[in-house]
Design a binder for this molecule. Structure first.
Ligand code: ADP
Ligand code: MG
Length: 324
């Protein structure tokens, strides 16, 4: 406890004047702790992302990138940066508060969840990605932990956050050579270090879509090397037990993304996939078609829970590392 105090940052005085910092921790990521804060003048809540400079260890430019990118982003499916404060030890980013929490955490609380719901979520993610790509931004770390619901309502909007690993591409086709991103959702060309651009996000969307339909990721390995091998092989399956009720269109959508980089559709092209037409229009027809009547939650819950336990373990290790 004492150690934590000694090493904890002094919060920026102006920030403390304007906002009340609550004890409510919204989440802990690779670099940041995110807390709920309240703007004193209005009583409205926001998210405060605290990034300790010492955790960056020479990755300062990465942080500058995140800040310059976040401040430009204005889209319903992307979290906006509203204000920034900086002290000697830390950077404080104030963003929209996503009250609904992380994608999977909220899904698990639902009673009913269908392929149609998954399609609507993937569609929103793609709208956000299409916007980011139109700004010359490659996210490079698209994964469920970086997808947040705006609120807890049934039809809440989904928002993309955490542009920490993004880079603004000047040319649009620049090849980014840094190996980063998160195992499981990361594209093979990133692992092979043969450069990566916008298509890496499209791969991640494919992995997210797959995971949203069954609760587990398409590529798997007992350790990092075998996970990497699995991703680079590009081989995955639709296991009968979890995929029997899923439409062919969904599988063809996923197949279109989990391909070599030069064969993947752009976000705009992916948005035109017939899977969306079939699923989104279904909403308006009263007799529910099979895709919207099968509840995917029971099967997914089983897989999710395994994943969740794994995630907690990984986070615990991350926290221990941070404390050292
Ligand atoms: P990092 O760069 O360290 O991964 P993130 O920006 O992804 O940091 O934030 C870490 C976690 O904090 C997220 O996974 C999410 O659970 C939570 N979080 C981040 N931003 C918000 C927000 N605007 N509203 C609510 N929760 C958030
Ligand atoms: Mg994150």
């Amino acid at each position: 406890k004492k150690r934590e105090k000694e090493h904890g940052p002094k919060v920026h005085p102006e920030l403390l004047e304007l906002y009340t910092v609550t004890d409510h921790v919204l989440g802990v990521g690779t670099f940041a702790t995110v807390k709920e804060i309240i703007l004193k003048s209005t009583g409205k809540s926001y998210a405060l992302k605290i990034i300790l400079k010492k955790t960056l260890q020479g990755k300062g430019t990465m942080l500058d990138t995140e800040i310059s990118i976040l401040s430009k982003v204005r889209h319903p499916n992307c979290v906006s940066l509203l204000e920034m404060f900086e002290t000697e030890d830390a950077v404080y980013l104030i963003t929209d508060l996503a009250k609904g929490g992380e994608l999977f955490d909220q899904l698990l609380n639902k009673g009913f969840y269908t392929e149609g719901d998954a399609a609507r979520l993937v569609h929103e993610i793609l709208l956000g990605v299409e916007y980011l790509h139109s700004m010359g931004i490659v996210h490079r770390d698209l994964k469920p932990e970086n997808l947040l619901f705006e609120d807890k309502s049934e039809n809440s909007r989904l928002m993309i956050t955490d542009f920490g690993l993004s880079k603004v591409l000047t040319g649009g086709n620049d090849v980014l050579m840094t190996a980063c991103g998160t195992p499981g959702y990361v594209a093979p060309e990133v692992l092979e270090q043969i450069g990566h651009g916008k298509p890496v996000d499209m791969w991640s969307v494919g992995v997210i879509a797959y995971t949203l339909l069954c609760g587990y990721t398409p590529f798997w390995g007992e350790d990092q090397p075998s996970l990497f091998e699995s991703i680079i092989s590009g081989e995955y399956e639709y296991e009968e037990e979890y995929w029997k009720d899923i439409s062919q269109l969904a599988k063809s959508f996923i197949d279109s993304l989990l391909r070599p980089a030069n064969q993947r559709p752009t976000a705009t092209q992916a948005l035109a996939h017939p899977w969306f037409r079939a699923m989104l229009e279904q909403d308006m027809v009263t007799p529910v078609s099979p895709a919207d009547s099968v509840n995917l939650l029971p099967g997914m819950r089983k897989n999710f829970n395994a994943r969740q336990a794994f995630k907690k373990a990984v986070r615990a290790v991350g926290l221990i590392k941070k404390m050292q």
